[in-house]
Design a protein around this ligand. Structure first.
Ligand code: CO
Length: 297
C-alpha cells in the first residue's frame, strides 16, 4: 500500500519534471525564433538604355514613399540585360540573387512586385522563384508576388481608364498607337483585351506589339481605314528602352516610325515609359499593396 502510493507520487514528480523540461525546451526554441523582418523586392525586366533607368528609379522612389521604413530592393529579371550592363560595370541582381541576399539578411516576409505589363514568362518565373524561396528551410517564410499591370479583367479596365487621360491629345485625323512587347506566351492575349477596353472609351487609340499580336501589320490597315494622318507612338512598357528607341522611334527601315512614314502617316514618338507616368505607377503600387496585405503585414 505505502510503496504503491510512493510509486504514484514519484511518477507524478517525474511527469512534472518532464513537462517542466519540455516547457523549458519550448521556451528556448521560442528564444531562437527569428524576429519578423519585412521587405519589398521590385522586379523590372531591366534596361540597357541609361536614360530609361529613370523610370525604374522613380518607381522605386514612389514605393519607398508609400511604405516608409520598409527596405525596398530592386532586381532585373532579364539575364540578357544584366549581362549586357555588367560589361559597362553596372551590377544588377536577378530575382533569385536578390531574394537570397534578403534571406541571408534575415528577412522573413517579402512582397515581390512584378513591374511587367502582362503575366507572361517573366512573371511566371518570378512566381516560381518566390515559391521556391518560401519552401526553403530557414528561408523567407512568407513571400507574396504582386500582379503585373494587365492581369485580371478589372486590372485591364483600370489600366485603360488610367492610361487614356495621360496620352497625347489627338484631334480628328490623329491617333495614338501603343507599343507593347508581345510574346508567344498565352498571356499575350492581354494586349487584345486592353485594346477592347480602350476602344470602349476612345476609338483612336490602338495597341500593337513588337513580338506578338496585334502587330503593326494589324494596326496599320485600321489607321488607313480611319484616314489617320498623324500617329503618336507610345511605349506600353515600364521603360522607354531599346525597343522604344529602336523598334518604335528608330531610323531603320523596319521601325514603326519608318513604316508609318512609308504609309503616309506622320509618326510622333513619345519616349516616356509607363513607369514614368504617375497614373500607371499608382496601378503597380496598388498591386504591391495587395501583395503586402497577403503577407498579413
Ligand atoms: Co524584347
Amino acid at each position: 500500500m505505502r510503496s504503491s502510493a510512493l510509486r504514484a507520487l514519484s511518477r507524478a514528480i517525474c511527469l512534472t519534471i518532464l513537462s517542466l523540461a519540455l516547457a523549458q525546451t519550448a521556451l528556448a526554441g521560442e528564444g531562437h525564433k527569428r524576429p519578423d523582418k519585412s521587405g519589398i523586392l521590385l522586379v523590372a525586366f531591366g534596361t540597357s538604355v541609361p536614360e530609361a533607368v529613370q523610370a525604374i528609379d522613380s518607381l522605386k522612389a514612389k514605393t519607398e514613399a508609400a511604405f516608409p521604413g520598409v527596405p525596398v530592393r530592386l532586381a532585373y529579371s532579364s539575364k540578357i540585360i544584366r549581362d549586357k550592363i555588367a560589361g559597362e560595370g553596372i551590377v544588377k541582381r536577378s530575382p533569385a540573387q536578390a531574394l537570397a541576399d534578403m534571406a541571408a539578411e534575415g528577412f522573413t516576409h517579402v512582397a515581390v512586385q512584378s513591374l511587367h505589363s502582362i503575366p507572361g514568362r517573366e512573371y511566371t518565373d518570378i512566381k516560381a522563384t518566390a515559391e521556391a524561396f518560401q519552401a526553403m528551410p530557414k528561408g523567407i517564410s512568407h513571400v507574396s508576388v504582386g500582379r503585373p499591370l494587365l492581369f485580371a479583367p478589372e486590372d485591364i479596365e483600370k489600366t485603360a481608364q488610367a492610361l487614356l487621360p495621360g496620352l497625347p491629345a489627338h484631334k480628328k485625323g490623329e491617333a495614338v498607337v501603343l507599343m507593347g512587347h508581345g510574346t508567344e506566351h498565352p498571356a499575350n492575349a492581354a494586349y487584345s483585351a486592353l485594346q477592347l477596353a480602350l476602344w470602349k472609351h476612345d476609338q483612336n487609340v490602338f495597341v500593337g506589339t513588337v513580338e506578338g499580336i496585334p502587330s503593326l501589320d494589324d494596326v496599320l490597315p485600321a489607321l488607313k481605314r480611319k484616314g489617320v494622318r498623324t500617329a503618336y507612338l507610345v511605349p506600353l512598357m515600364s521603360v522607354a528602352g531599346d525597343h522604344a528607341h529602336n523598334d518604335m522611334a528608330g531610323e531603320e527601315k523596319d521601325s514603326w516610325a519608318s513604316r508609318l512614314t512609308a504609309a503616309g502617316i506622320t509618326p510622333k514618338p513619345v519616349l516616356v515609359g509607363m513607369g514614368s507616368r504617375p497614373e500607371m505607377a499608382a496601378l503597380w503600387l496598388d498591386h504591391l499593396k495587395d501583395a503586402w496585405k497577403e503577407l498579413g503585414r
